[in-house]
Design a protein. Sequence first.
Length: 126
Amino acid sequence: MNQPTPGQPAPVPVLAVGDVLLVSLQGELHDGMAEQLQQDISSRIAASRVTGVVLDISGVDVVDSFLGRVLAEIASTARLLAARTVLAGMRPAVAITLVELGLALPGLVTALDVDRALELLARRGT
């Protein structure tokens, strides 16, 4: 992962938990951070035996069309690299906003929290 330059936010950490990558988003995800996150996840999947990705958005207050698109792109890329993606920790207000914006998140399965996301990936044999 690249180191942040002065004045830039730190990159989003991508943690390995067994054969799953855990990505915990906090606050806003800016364009450069989103591109770096997509690259980091793709590289980690390709370089290891990762079979699943959990995107924890419990620390995100607002999901706009940009973040919705980023999440869908991460899931699509992971799927092409043979990893499943579960979106965890979505708040009710975020779900309502996604519906109001008409944003479909193809390739994303949802879970109420990270523990349930990990259970879901384990149950589905990934």
